[in-house]
Design a protein around this ligand. Structure first.
Ligand code: GCU
Length: 666
């Protein structure tokens, strides 16, 4: 792998090892029936076999074929049937007497099956007599770019946009196609290329000014089974249409959206729909007109309905100018307070898109209480693949353990978040982490987050260990020392990052606005509703019924679990409780000592990860080694700053020294 490794090729590298006999099987393939729709799948298969394994594929008659490709419908006519069938977009891969059949439930399913076959072979993981039947867990597996048409990406840490520049489209078609393949290879089927904050130029994306170019992008993604979703500005009727209002109950406004939607679908007949950030951080929305979010979302849903389109409506709605003195107002309550009373009022082509936690993609937050609380509404789980608060792709932070905690959280309403996939939760959305950087993600190892996001949206039961193992084998080859060490580094990265940044669920100790580096009170006296309320005696917020009442938004069992300091998960203790620094944790340490210990430990872990990486210097491609080593340098500086600033802050507030006498500034 060392010779052929390319940062750009992510988990679809060239030159994987494969036995000659398997190469022979792969190199003779057939489509089960001549179907123009499926020819693209065959092309992708041929390309994949050539690039990944260096073998040329010949299309041969069925009787001679090693690999048979088709859809269920076709397989029913010519392959033995046993009743095992994948659902929509799913596939089955089975080996039978030296042949491999890849059967998709539909065209997308076939494509996914082909990528999976190639990726399993590349990992050396296709079992003998394989019979793999999979169906994606949710219908909409969406990646949301926060790209602005200026070319800058909001919270982007991997260079400029691959779609826009200077207030216009600007893209290399080949790069877009390579990107589409990357996304499809992990099952992503929906893409938003513009930021949820829809600024002036971007508002016109749904007008004739930009639709031809947007349609071209849609054309490039379509063969890969990926449909576009456009972020729209709720005030478009005024900003584009010249209307005096954008009130969702105004007939003129409703007609405007109907006409505009018709125009959009003329250009992009398979558009997935609209993504909307409304009444959120100064974006316009229905509240401005005294209407509620169901009024707003349903108006758009009606306009989209004739075309089969959907509205993904974000729940990131909170008062971003709250009164610090009022200890009852609590930002984490906001999504529930705004949306749960509307359960049952949303049209069936509306999906409410909810961030995984009640704040904003912090390093450690509880899971939003909306899951399970809105039984009559479609919901989407939104996670942040871009590392806004988790190291900004300078620090290594594999987000898989964070997402696993979210997916495995037992809502008691009933079941885990993952259990709700496919029923109450019909979509998963991730804020994209890619840009023009050579490896796509700034930090080469941050690719694992995009890979993992796709895999989890397909199958939320996959563990971080399984996903990491797949990724390292695909991205870095078959030397077990290399893959083992990189997997180890990836697995340690989130706990390490949490350790030096965010003890016991304390959030927001970051530099305001920028969100990298420590600033304990940086957000304390801003307007954003993000407090620690640290004094010389206590820290944290009481969010129980006696405090802000946030815990009461959970199922009663979880309310009790979180409200009781003995049962509250310790990693979230100071999220839910206000406690003295002398409070003793289960292992007998005080909160203060825990804060000191974890800061030192986090920094040591950052050093250890960097050292482990160094041991790989002669074993991996120099481009990869250098890129990661450089980032570890930055991470170490950051970890040390976090350690020193946070420790010093709490030491100076409490006057209590570290029991182990380590260096803390006096
Ligand atoms: C965060 C982030 C913003 C973003 C917002 C959102 O607050 O810092 O840049 O616009 O989330 O999710 O809409």
């Amino acid at each position: 792998m060392k010779q052929s490794y390319a940062l750009y090729d992510t988990w679809l590298q060239r030159g994987y090892t494969l036995s000659e006999s398997m190469k022979t099987v792969l190199s003779q393939a057939v489509l089960l029936s001549e179907d123009q729709q499926l020819e693209f799948c065959m092309k992708e298969y041929i390309r994949g076999v050539r690039r990944m394994f260096g073998a040329e594929v010949q299309q041969v008659p069925k009787e001679q074929a090693g690999v048979l490709l088709g859809t269920l419908e076709q397989a029913a006519k010519c392959l033995p049937q046993d009743g095992k069938t994948p659902g929509a977009e799913g596939f089955r891969i089975y080996e039978n007497g030296g042949h491999i059949a890849v059967v998709g439930a539909d065209r997308s399913g076939l494509l996914y099956g082909i990528y999976r076959l190639l990726m399993l072979l590349a990992q050396g993981k296709l079992p003998e007599n394989a019979d793999i039947c999979e169906t994606p867990a949710v219908q909409v597996r969406a990646l949301n770019h926060w790209d602005n048409m200026s070319g800058q990406i909001e919270r982007g840490y991997a260079g400029e946009s691959i779609f826009f520049k200077d207030e216009d489209f600007c893209f290399e078609e080949q790069r877009v196609v390579d990107y589409a393949r990357m996304l499809a290879s992990v099952g992503i089927n929906t893409l938003t290329i513009n930021n949820v904050n829809v600024h002036q130029t971007e508002t016109f994306l749904i007008s004739e000014r930009f639709l031809p170019k947007l349609a071209r992008i849609a054309d490039l993604f379509r063969p890969f089974g990926i449909r576009l979703l456009v972020s729209i500005n709720f005030a478009s009727p005024m900003r584009i249409g010249g209307l005096a209002t954008s009130d969702p109950l105004d007939e003129g406004v409703q007609h405007w959206w109907e006409r505009q939607t018709e125009l959009i679908y003329r250009w992009i007949p398979d558009l997935c729909g609209f993504l909307v950030k409304a009444d959120s951080e100064h974006e316009p929305g229905p509240y401005q007109y005294g209407r509620n979010h169901a009024d707003g979302a349903n108006m758009l849903a009606r306009a989209l309905k004739p075309y089969g389109g959907i509205v993904m409506w974000r729940c990131f709605v909170y008062d971003c100018a709250q009164d610090w003195r009022n200890q009852k107002i609590d930002r984490p309550r906001a999504a529930y307070d705004n949306f749960v009373p509307l359960d049952g009022q949303f049209a069936d082509n509306v999906i409410l898109q909810v961030k995984n936690g009640p704040y904003d993609f912090q390093v450690r937050e509880p899971v939003t209480p909306l899951f399970g609380a809105m039984k009559q509404t479609h919901l989407a789980l939104e996670v942040q693949v871009t590392q806004e608060y988790t190291g900004q792709q300078r620090d290594l932070c594999s987000l898989l353990p964070l997402w696993q905690d979210v997916l495995q959280f037992d809502t008691k309403r009933p079941g885990t978040v993952a259990d709700m996939f496919g029923s109450q939760i019909t979509a998963m959305a991730g804020v994209a982490n890619i840009g023009k950087s050579e490896c796509w993600t700034g930090h080469p190892l941050a690719q694992v987050n995009l890979y993992g996001f796709g895999r989890l949206s397909w199958n939320p039961a996959l563990t971080p260990e399984e996903i990491t193992d797949e990724y390292v084998k695909l991205a870095f080859g078959s030397d077990p020392e290399v893959t083992g060490k990189i997997a180890d580094i990836l697995q340690r990265s989130y706990p390490a990052y949490e350790d030096y940044t965010s003890p016991l669920g304390l959030c927001w100790m970051v530099n305001p606005g920028y969100h990298y580096g420590p600033n304990v009170e940086g957000y304390e006296y801003t307007r954003w509703g993000t407090y620690l309320r640290a004094t010389c005696r206590e820290v944290g917020i009481d969010r129980t019924a006696a405090g802000t009442g946030y815990t009461t938004q959970y199922a009663p069992e979880n309310d009790t679990l979180f409200s009781n300091t003995d049962t509250c998960p310790e990693k979230l203790l100071l999220f839910f409780h206000r406690l003295p620094y002398s409070y003793k944790l289960h292992d007998g340490r005080t909160i203060l000592q825990y804060i000191y210990d974890t800061r030192f430990h986090g920094e040591e872990e950052a050093e250890a990860m960097a050292a482990e990486w160094d041991t790989l210097k002669d074993k991996i491609a120099p481009s990869l080694y250098e890129a990661v080593a450089e980032r570890f340098g930055m991470q170490l500086e950051n970890a040390r700053e976090w350690r020193d600033v946070v420790n010093t802050y709490f030491y100076r507030h409490t006057g209590i020294a570290d029991e182990k006498g380590r260096k803390i500034y006096k």
